[in-house]
Design a protein. Structure first.
Length: 255
């Protein structure tokens, strides 16, 4: 495993004005928050403080200030940062903007050094496996698979919405020992697709197979019921499945 540095070749060679600095911010943000997003979140979970965290906050506030209207707090913080770099004055000359660009890249390089130190200090197989698990997944493929299991057909808009929900939760999740990426993503996808956030005491497939509704129109209401039973009874294992079957049979009017 290694960090993909290919985007660095597309960075501006120098910064002469505000437009050039904004372009640099945009490229740096894309690398840190998009290309490396999962890698950064995983590595920072091992070293959550220090220069990497400082750069994470800096690039986020600069990009927010430049790309979003009405971000008054970030606008002030961005101006304060630039003034500090320029000895207390607003950047105006090409030298000022070059100083801002240099300061940003120094902070970026220091953050990268922190991540690289984390990598070199954790060369064991467990660390490498956890890292690979975190980044080598397709959230969209999992969402579409779970949707098919639920008998749901998603248009482009709904698919994009649920994929974004799963990506957001996955980016902030640190896999625990024994967890697999597929299981975690499937759980996130299932919760997003049926608009629930509580966890089931088993896999969603276990519920669908137990109630014999896999891929059927009844799959979604069955899972909603499964979540309700889990929340109300707090049961687990065979006790949970027994209670779920009882309620399911009662509501369907079967023996």
């Amino acid at each position: 495993m290694a960090l993909d540095l290919s985007l660095i070749t597309a960075w501006p060679d120098n910064v002469q004005d505000e437009a050039g600095f904004k372009a640099l911010v945009s490229r740096a943000y894309k690398l840190w928050w998009e290309t490396w997003k999962l890698d950064v979140r995983f590595l920072m979970s091992y070293r959550p403080q220090g220069d990497a965290r400082d750069f994470d906050r800096l690039i986020n506030l600069l990009r927010t200030s430049y790309q979003h209207a009405g971000a008054d707090k970030q606008d002030k913080q961005a101006r304060d940062w630039a003034k500090k770099v320029c000895d207390g004055r607003e950047p105006a000359t090409s030298d000022d903007w070059m100083a801002c660009g240099t300061a940003l890249m120094k902070a970026f390089n220091t953050a990268i050094e922190v991540l690289c130190q984390t990598i070199t200090q954790n060369r064991n197989k467990e660390f490498r496996t956890a890292w690979q698990t975190k980044v080598a997944v397709s959230e969209e493929a999992v969402v579409m698979r779970v949707a098919a299991d639920l008998g749901m057909r998603l248009n482009d808009g709904l698919r994009g919405f649920h994929v974004a929900q799963v990506k957001r939760r996955w980016a902030g999740h640190t896999p625990r020992r024994g967890e697999t990426a597929d299981e975690i993503l499937a759980a996130f996808a299932e919760e997003s697709l049926i608009s629930r956030t509580g966890k089931l005491p088993c896999s969603y497939l276990g519920v669908l197979n137990e109630l014999k509704v896999l891929g059927k129109p009844e799959a979604v209401p069955a899972l909603r019921l499964a979540h309700a039973v889990a929340e109300l009874t707090r049961a687990v294992g065979e006790s949970y499945m027994k209670r779920l079957n009882e309620v399911w049979a009662l509501l369907r009017g079967s023996d």
